[in-house]
Design a protein around this ligand. Sequence first.
Ligand code: UTP
Length: 498
Amino acid sequence: MPTMTSAKPIEVPAIESVRKRLEAVGQGHLLNFYDELDAESRRSLLAQIASIDMESLPGLIRAYVHQKPEFALPESVAPAQYYPLAETKTGRTWDREHFRAKGQSLIRVGKVAAFVVAGGQGSRLGYEGPKGCFPAGAVTGKPLFAIFAEALLGARDRYGVDIPWYIMTSPLNHAQTVSYFEANGHFGLKPANVMFFQQGMMPTLDIKSGKVLMAGKGEVATNPDGHGGSLRALWQSSAIEDMKRRGVEIISYFQVDNPIVNVVDPVFIGLHATAPDSSAQMSSKMVSKRDAAEKVGVFCCHGAGRHVGRVEVIEYSDLPGELAEQRMHDGSLRFCAGSIAVHVLGVKFVEELNRNTAGTGFALPFHRAEKKVACIDPETGSAVTPSANNAVKLEAFVFDALPLCEKSIVLETDRVEEFAPIKNASGVDSAESSSRIQTQRAARWLESLGVELPRDGSGAPDCTLEVSPRTATNADELASAAAGRLPKRVERGQRLAL
Ligand code: UTP
């Protein structure tokens, strides 16, 4: 199976030169226990240190640990324009079927690849193992990776083409992810069309001193460099080269935690590639925010200045309350476009970003996250299990590439149709809420096809439903795929998978 490496093999340098290099940047403690280590652990520690860009640390520590970077609101910030679900909403009319046809023909001729970012730590879910192995199907309990594979098999059935699938992992879950695919026969996909590569890691920093934390006497504490690290990893791993060899020009980007994502959406791809207000560099999907306080990033644009019209996502914590609360005449939120982390990227765009920064390597700005990270005391070597945040993690976010696009489009979608993320062990964005949304979506499709459904007092479907993306990605596809197989009615409490 193709596994692409993110970086060149690292040469292990001599201990004295490493000590000097570390001391010059205030990180000499990383070798405090070196003399106690066996030969293999010494080699591994030195290799780990060699893989870290130590020279950039003092600047990063100044900017992100000793102070918190100030967010600068774009000049005359305005809501981003978007292609609405219903034309009546914004008055913007557009021909969905025209763009669907454009997207379909791009898919059919093999210009589209799927790309899932699956290198995260999944700490909120607290699941042992890669998040993609988590059971997510409302009825079948199918793992997320199996569901995405079914989406690609469905696309193959519909478009008559194998869609290559790129999977970004991190050193935390790479080996487990690859073996999981092997053990499951790649879920029916051709192994040659499934490519794995690893993202970069960043050292995890002590929240007070900025010193790099130690996971053990012979191990530096590190964290994956964020989904924004994917733009560099796609390049460094040669995934971009592989795409070009295959004639792929468009990358359909999604996160590993959303089982109802439309893995290859022809309308979105058609808009990205051919809409007059798209530069075919990077496009995004949004859902209407539930309320002003919902914690999602919002698509905005620069209303004035050098970058007028450029789109950017402003995190909920950075959008001033008075803007978040602003309303339109009809009472709807003015800044309504919530990001669901679904994008389309141009292969050329990713290539150019990296080629233009060939010397230093392409990097997006970091965001600072305060976390509790188990580590050892660098003086005594004893284990530290923090009860309060003791660490700063630096992560890049993929949406920070949006302002680098000349013109970027945003497409509205319906939450119930495409967004049922599993982030937490319970409550909001959990397996349980995802299962409810999966059921709601299937219920909607089935009812539109005349199937009777039981509903409870609150109007929610009183059954559990799941439609595999191999069967259908919308009601029309369900109508043709399941013609003659659909029940007349679903019984109360029934569990039905199609
Ligand atoms: P999240 O922001 O939900 O982070 O990632 P996470 O690491 O999965 O979970 P928590 O915050 O620790 O609970 C959103 C998507 O981005 C990917 C994740 O795998 C997920 O698909 N991601 C995140 C990466 O691929 N690499 C990263 O460094 C971070």
